[in-house]
Write a protein that binds this ligand. Structure first.
Ligand code: PEP
Ligand code: MN
Length: 356
């Protein structure tokens, strides 16, 4: 009897190995299927097909395991297969850390994004030459090298100030030249991408357009550095896929920007997702910055958020500055006055490698 037990034990061990071999073969088939699904643009997860396969397996079950034991085993196999497919798809992303170990450095003028922390500052919207001039002179003296300012403003209400448009671009370029500042401004339409690229150094794709794939392709074709903001309800995956659209057009110069996501919390306009910063740094070689102004929607906690973002690995911060915030035509409640910006800079305590 002991001998028989020994034989059966060996038999079990042999079956285990056979089952493992079958699972490995299943994994190979899954891998090939993933490549085909990718080519054909078919989703990796197919719940109806899984349910059908489960029904067929239950029908073919001859015992002694009950259906209630067989089903979870196969469900787990399906889940593991999907995980294999997803991991492979992610590793094949061009923007994946797996494709390039070291951080991407993006040289824009004298600035190298990704090397030392940058501060991007400026008004929410360009309102007049005097307004931008006051901001430019102030931030330049504080050591900032890149100025922001919207000419085309994507506003939630169609009645709100939409920006100065082309006139804003002209002002942005003129003021920035006067102070030797680099510029970033938003593109809101595929038709104005070339126009914006003539006037600004960096093209911003805003949160509302992160999933506008035509805009992503178009800014990808310009070969200009792009500041890509996370959509307000976009996952980290979706942000990376949006960056992939740009990179796929041959433009690798993408700076990712965490700017807060919508949550139930109302004390802040959005919730700055600090976790996204180290996760993005882990998953991609692209530089990551944090826009604390649009995250908070208020001015009293900006330095604390900026410090947190930098401590979490952000390679820069963006902040809105206006010479007279209460009179601002957009985002009045979150812009810093010039004096408040000076305090902000001393509170975040960056060295000033770019000051010249
Ligand atoms: C902006 O930076 O001007 C802006 C509108 O921000 P977001 O797209 O993140 O809302
Ligand atoms: Mn704004």
């Amino acid at each position: 009897m002991k001998k028989r037990l020994e034989t059966l034990r060996h038999e079990i061990e042999r079956i285990n190995l056979e089952m493992l071999d079958l699972l490995c073969r299943r994994g190979e088939v899954v891998t090939e299927m993933r490549a085909l699904k990718n080519e054909l643009g078919i989703p990796l997860f197919s719940p109806e097909r899984e349910e059908r396969m489960l029904r067929e397996l239950v029908a073919a079950n001859r015992g002694p395991y009950p259906d209630t034991a067989i089903q979870p085993v196969f469900r787990e196999i399906f889940r593991a297969s999907l995980a294999v497919m997803e991991a492979q798809a992610e590793n094949e992303m061009r923007v994946s850390r797996g494709k390039r170990r070291e951080d991407l450095l993006i040289a824009i003028g004298n600035l190298v994004v990704g090397r030392e922390p940058i501060v991007v500052a400026g008004p929410c919207a360009i309102e007049s030459e005097e307004q931008l001039e006051a901001v430019a002179a102030h931030i330049k003296a504080a050591g900032v090298t890149m100025m922001r300012g919207g000419a085309f403003k994507p506003r939630s209400s169609p009645y709100a100030f939409q920006g100065l448009g082309d006139e804003g671009l002209v002002i942005l370029q003129r003021v920035a030249k006067r102070h030797g500042l680099l510029t970033v401004t938003e593109v809101t339409d595929t038709r104005s991408v070339d126009q914006v690229a003539r006037y600004a150094d960096v093209l911003q794709v805003g949160a509302r357009n992160m999933a506008n794939y035509e805009i992503l392709r178009e800014v990808g074709r310009t070969k200009r550095p792009v500041l890509l903001k996370r959509g307000m309800a976009a996952t980290i995956d979706e942000l990376l896929w949006a960056a992939e659209y740009i990179v796929l057009q041959g433009n690798e110069q993408v700076i990712l920007c965490e700017r807060g996501i919508r949550t139930f919390e109302r004390a802040t306009r959005n919730t700055l997702d600090i976790s996204a910063i180290p996760l993005l740094r882990q998953r991609t070689y692209l530089p990551v910055i944090a826009d604390v102004s649009h995250a908070a929607g208020r001015r009293d906690i900006l330095a604390a958020l900026a410090r947190a973002a930098l401590a979490a690995g952000a390679q820069g911060v963006m902040v809105e500055v206006h010479p007279d915030p209460p009179a601002a035509r957009s985002d009045a409640q979150q812009q810093l006055s010039l004096e408040q910006f000076t305090a902000f800079m001393s509170q975040i305590n960056l060295t000033r490698p770019h000051a010249d």
